[in-house]
Design a protein around this ligand. Structure first.
Ligand SMILES: [Zn+2]
Length: 344
């Protein structure tokens, strides 16, 4: 598939962290404006988001969060995300926000005001470009059970405030903070009507994926690629229709997949698991959704990329009529590009 065609196809984004979409130039400006001392923000521009290890990546993510201190900072980041997403013809997105990381650095931060500022910005962008964005609140493993519970309560309150929060997620230190610690916060969020997703099978093995499904009720798994270490877990995902949100460049940049190795998503797809593609933290990893789809097209072919795009529509939390509309948009784009026959 040609790169310009991939850029034009309508897309759904299911695994993208808002804080990981902050442009390097914006991070540098905000650091200066908000008085955040950062070697990254004051060093050479091309090295702003340079890092070598997963830990270093988490520190970079944290530094970005340190610069976000006011509702207008969040509004700016949301506006720039919407512009960058619309330029790739993203039509619908369920993006992660991490309020517990925000308040870790800025205890007095008014999370409601920040999310409201983003909501207003994104609503204005939607009326301009049609891009619809919903939020999933990440409960963040590193802070432990009690903090996760507090964040789950924040998520439920935000959902009730009608600012577009539709679920809870679980990112962070998977190896040291297993799913068992977060059973109650997830049960509370689900009982309150929120969807549940979780990162798993990235920095820990197949058992972590099983626990995310069985203990947390995760409806989709972020990454999940290490499910391949246990056939029973592969079967569990396939049987229950639990989709994986795969992000090839992210896995290489954090050292989960060796550079140059074929990404496990091909094998996972062959084993009957629903695969979707996203960029995770696009600006931090120096990638984009379109670029990730191009990598997958080179790896798996045109037919599979189109199928993965449809998977993302189908396993999103959008309602059925909206999903049908998104599938219709994809049909039209494929037809007009004369690619329809290649899908069959
Ligand atoms: Zn992620």
């Amino acid at each position: 598939m040609q790169a310009p065609l991939i850029a034009r196809l309508p897309k759904v984004q299911l695994h993208c962290h808002l804080e990981g979409t902050v442009r390097a130039a914006t991070f540098r400006e905000l650091a200066a404006q908000r008085g955040v001392a950062s070697a990254r923000a004051s060093g050479p521009p091309e090295a702003t988001y340079a890092f070598a290890t997963f830990r270093d990546f988490l520190l970079t993510f944290a530094e970005v969060c340190k610069t976000l201190q006011r509702p207008e900072d969040y509004a700016r980041v949301a506006r720039e995300y919407a512009a960058d997403a619309a330029a790739q013809n993203v039509r619908y997105a369920e993006i992660f926000i991490s309020p517990s990381v925000w308040t870790f650095f800025h205890a007095g931060l008014d999370v409601n005001a920040c999310v409201r500022a983003m909501r207003d910005t994104l609503d204005a962008e939607e009326s301009r470009t049609g891009l619809r964005v919903r939020f999933i609140c990440d409960l963040t493993r590193n802070f432990g059970t009690q903090r996760a519970f507090e964040t789950a309560r924040v998520a439920v309150a935000l959902a009730e405030a009608d600012v577009g929060v539709i679920g809870v997620g679980l990112g962070g230190d998977e190896a040291n903070f297993p799913a068992a610690l977060f059973v109650e916060p997830f049960a509370f969020a689900r009982a309150s009507g929120l969807h549940a997703v979780a990162h798993a099978g990235e920095a820990a093995g197949a058992g972590s994926v099983r626990d995310a499904v069985e203990l947390l009720g995760a409806e989709r798994i972020g990454h999940g690629i290490r499910a391949l270490e246990d056939d029973a877990v592969v079967e569990l995902l396939a049987k229950r229709g639990i989709a994986l949100e795969c992000a090839p460049t992210s896995n290489v940049r954090t050292g989960i997949v060796a550079p140059g190795a074929e990404h496990p998503l091909v094998l996972l797809d062959e084993r009957g698991i629903i695969v979707t593609i996203d960029a995770d933290d696009p600006t931090l990893f120096g990638t984009s959704l379109s670029h990730e789809l191009q990598l997958v097209a080179d790896m798996a072919g045109t037919h599979d990329v189109v199928r993965f795009l449809r998977n993302a529509i189908d396993v999103s939390f959008a309602d059925a009529p909206y999903k049908a509309a998104l599938n219709g948009e994809l049909d039209v784009a494929l037809e007009s590009a004369s690619e329809r026959r290649m899908e069959r």
